[in-house]
Every structure is written in structure tokens, then in C-alpha cells.
Design a protein around this ligand. Structure first.
Ligand code: GLU
Length: 461
């Protein structure tokens, strides 16, 4: 390829950025980067009612978090209106567009008639050759070719051919003078010098229409690639409306950007059997991989799997620095490091570290009454008391010594490990799950362990 690749990501800032949009943005960006090109960001903010700066900020912040940096400043579609209208003038003077004053009643009637005859609803071209002049209430329509077909080579799906007969004389400018989506997109892509359009397949029907407009404007037609849809856990198209999380909500939950990116890129792209990719590697190798045509399925479990992998690959120092966004427990001190080493395997999200480590750093909350009434029965409290006495005698506070105290109590009372371990764990951690109990007790320290056991014995006996 001799020409520089310039792609774009063109979201409408009418909602927070979700997985689908993030995947489109990432693929457009990676595609360009893997060819040494540029990817520009265009905010399609022409829907005045629904577009909000808050949503534009969410898009910008999400990609900042992912360290995906678009080239140049964001392009705001609403600021390019003059150019949209200028290009329409060109289409009018070159006889590729026309004024149409058909009333909405006529169009409605036409649609119903076509429906009755089982025809695809389409403007019938009444005003196409009337040479009408601009007048209050009229719209400007595109003169779509009447014969032949539009053929393009989709980067992902291969050859696509659509007969012109299937396409409408679509409206370019509404009666209030505002340019429509298909016009604005084509003009912006021209003005921004876009060579590659990578977008969701919900736009695939717009592409032949847009190609005809590019051609009528005597512009170079970009290459197109349409990404398959993403299915949610329920195997239905993932949509914002179904309560899917925004990208920044995943950040707040404790997903690492590296894991999120890795999960996104696997939604419709593969390179052999490799699962883990970092951003540098992706920029280099994206073009060697395969973009799939089949729908991709998002799974939270898979995202957590990636996240756990990335968490375990971090050294303690980087982990502690990243954890500062989620918890104030961890500092660069020996206790934090011991706790982290103990709980790291149990954490799939950065926010899990706070939950998993709370009993090491904070006083215990009141133990859940359902748990305490189940676990702290008479026999368990006797066992606990016995264990406490054993532990009080331990001088060298090590896992081995704690473990042998537990074993002593097991053999004296002729009970199994669970009968000692369960009340012990619940009394010193306030929960039923924790890392191995002897290691947990070592990190808590003798004083705290005895204090907490004592407290339980007093409270529940
Ligand atoms: N603004 C459109 C959207 O958010 C995308 C337009 C395009 O990529 O051509 O769906």
C-alpha cells in the first residue's frame, strides 16, 4: 500500500462509551497503526438534543484510560456544517441533487401503497426531474444512479454488491436546512482525508449510499470494513439499552486497561491461538491477524480471566501504585507486601484487594449473625477456647507452630480440620473464606489473633 492509511472513529456523543463503541474505536486505531498510519477522532454531535459534552468527555476519558491516543485534535462534526452545505451546492449544480417539495402526507400515502404491493418503501422520484427551486419546506435529495450497482471490497467481508435500484434518493438536507447523517459523514470523511472506514455492521446499508455520494462529489472513495456485532451474555446484540456497563464503569470496578484492551481486541480478531497481547505488540501485528465475520461474544468471565492474568503479572511495586485508586490499605511497606502476596491469587478485580484485605487492616465488623449462629455452637466455642490456649503458649509465631496447635486440638477433641478451622477462620477474619488459615494468622500477628478469638468466645458463650 503506497498511500498512508488514515482511519477514523466517529462516535455520536449521545451516550457513554460502551464495549461496542470501544471495540470499533480500537479496531480502527489498530488497523491504521499497524500500517504506520493515523486514526482521527470525529465526534458526530449534530443531534443537538441528544449530544452532550458529558458523553464526549466519557469517550475521550475512556480512550485515555486505554492509552489509545487518536491523532490530532478531535473533529466536531457540527463545526463542519458550512462544508456539508457547500458540497450540496456542488451536487445541485452538477445535477446530482434536487429540491423536493413532496408533502409528508404524500410520502406517507406512497409508503402505504408500496407496503400493500409488498414493495420496499422508496421515494418514487416525483420531483427528480422537475428542476424545482429552493422553497420553504422543501428538502434536497440525492440523485442516486438508477441502474447498475455499487460494488466494494469490504476489508472484513470481501466483495459486496448492491443494485442501485435498491437504493433511495435519500435526503441530504432537511427542510430546516440541516444536513443529514449520510451527507455529513461523506463530507467529513472527504475533508479529513479518510482512506479507511472501519465501523460496525449496523452501518453496512449506508455504505453503498455513501459510495454513490463520494463518487458524485468526485472524491476518492475510502476502503470500508464492517465489524460484526457483539453479543452479550444472553446471546443478544449487546446494546446500551440493555444496561451494559460503560467503559469507565469497568475501570471503576477494578479492571486494568491492559486486560480490557486484550478482551476487546479478541472480540472479532485473532492471531493464531495467542490470547495475550499488549498494545505495542498489537500495533505491530494487527494487520497479520484475522478479523472475523461471525458475531463475537462478550463474556465477563473472560474479562475477569484476562484481568487476573494481568494482575498476577504485575510486580508488587506497580501493583501497589495502581491499587491506590481502589484502596488506601496498601503502601510500600512489608505488611502490604505480605498481604498482597497472600491474597493476590484470590483477586480478579483491583477492587477485590480492598475486600480481601479488610480484616488485615481494619477492625472486624460485627460478624454476620447468620454465620455466627451457624458456626459458633457450643462445641465450636469449646474448641476455639482450647485452640486459643494452645496458641497463647506459642512463642515463635510461625505457620508451622500454628498448624501444629490446630492439629493438637484436632486430636485432643477427636475432630476433623473443618471443626477447628471454620470457627478459627470466622473468629479472626469475620468470614468463611480466606487464604490458608495458618498463613493468615501469621500475618495478623499473635496479639490480634488472640484478641479476636477472645472477643468471639466472650460474645457467643
Ligand atoms: N456516528 C455513527 C455512530 O455512532 C458512526 C458513523 C460512521 O462510522 O460512519 O454510529
Amino acid at each position: 500500500m503506497t498511500q498512508q492509511v488514515i482511519s477514523r472513529f466517529a462516535p455520536s456523543p449521545t451516550g457513554f462509551l460502551h464495549i461496542g463503541g470501544a471495540r470499533t474505536g480500537l479496531f480502527s486505531w489498530l488497523y491504521a497503526k499497524s500500517f504506520g498510519g493515523k486514526c482521527l477522532l470525529r465526534l458526530e454531535d449534530t443531534d443537538e438534543k441528544r449530544s452532550k459534552q458529558e458523553f464526549a468527555n466519557s469517550i475521550l476519558k475512556s480512550f485515555q484510560w486505554l492509552e489509545v491516543v487518536f491523532d490530532g485534535e478531535p473533529f466536531y462534526q457540527s463545526k463542519n456544517k458550512a462544508s456539508h452545505l457547500e458540497k450540496v451546492d456542488f451536487l445541485l449544480t452538477s445535477n446530482r441533487a434536487y429540491y423536493c417539495d413532496c408533502s409528508s402526507e404524500r410520502l406517507e400515502h406512497l409508503r402505504k401503497e408500496q407496503q400493500k404491493l409488498k414493495l420496499k418503501p422508496k421515494y418514487d422520484g416525483k420531483c427528480r426531474e422537475l428542476n424545482l427551486k429552493s422553497g420553504g419546506g422543501s428538502v434536497i435529495r440525492f440523485k442516486n444512479p438508477e441502474s447498475g450497482s455499487v460494488i466494494f471490497e469490504d476489508i472484513i467481508r470481501g466483495k459486496i454488491e448492491v443494485a442501485n435500484e435498491e437504493l433511495d434518493d435519500l435526503i441530504l438536507v432537511r427542510s430546516d436546512g440541516s444536513p443529514t447523517y449520510n451527507l455529513s459523514v461523506v463530507v467529513d470523511d472527504m475533508d479529513m482525508g479518510i482512506t479507511h472506514v472501519i465501523r460496525g455492521d449496523d452501518h453496512i446499508n449506508n455504505t453503498p449510499r455513501q459510495i454513490n455520494i463520494f463518487e458524485a462529489l468526485k472524491a476518492d472513495v475510502p476502503n470500508f470494513g464492517h465489524l460484526p456485532m457483539i453479543l452479550g451474555e444472553d446471546s443478544k446484540r449487546m446494546s446500551k439499552r440493555q444496561g451494559a456497563k460503560s467503559v469507565l464503569e469497568y475501570k471503576d470496578l477494578g479492571v486494568l486497561p491492559e486486560a480490557f484492551l486484550n478482551c476487546l481486541v479478541r472480540l472479532g480478531w485473532s492471531l493464531g491461538d495467542q490470547e495475550l497481547f499488549n498494545l505495542d505488540e498489537l500495533q505491530e501485528k494487527f494487520r497479520e491477524g484475522k478479523m472475523n465475520t461471525a458475531p463475537a461474544s462478550f463474556s465477563m468471565d473472560k474479562l475477569l480471566w484476562f484481568n487476573k492474568k494481568y494482575i498476577s503479572s504485575l510486580d508488587n511495586r506497580s501493583l501497589i501504585s495502581k491499587l491506590s485508586d481502589y484502596s488506601n490499605h496498601f503502601k510500600e511497606d512489608p505488611k502490604s507486601i505480605v498481604v498482597i502476596n497472600l491474597i493476590k491469587d484470590r483477586c480478579s478485580l483491583m477492587s477485590d484487594f480492598k475486600k480481601e484485605s479488610a480484616y488485615f487492616f481494619e477492625d472486624l465488623d460485627k460478624i454476620d449473625s447468620k454465620l455466627s449462629s451457624k458456626v459458633f455452637n457450643k462445641q465450636a466455642l469449646q474448641i476455639l477456647k482450647r485452640l486459643m490456649e494452645e496458641l497463647e503458649k506459642v512463642n515463635e509465631w510461625t505457620t508451622e507452630k500454628i498448624h501444629s496447635s490446630i492439629e493438637n486440638v484436632m486430636s485432643i477433641n477427636k475432630v476433623d480440620m473443618g471443626s477447628v478451622g471454620k470457627p478459627f477462620r470466622l473468629s479472626i477474619t469475620g468470614q468463611m473464606n480466606s487464604p490458608s488459615i495458618d498463613k493468615t494468622a501469621v500475618v495478623l500477628g499473635k496479639k490480634k489473633v488472640i484478641e479476636r478469638m477472645n472477643q468471639v468466645i466472650k460474645e457467643f458463650s
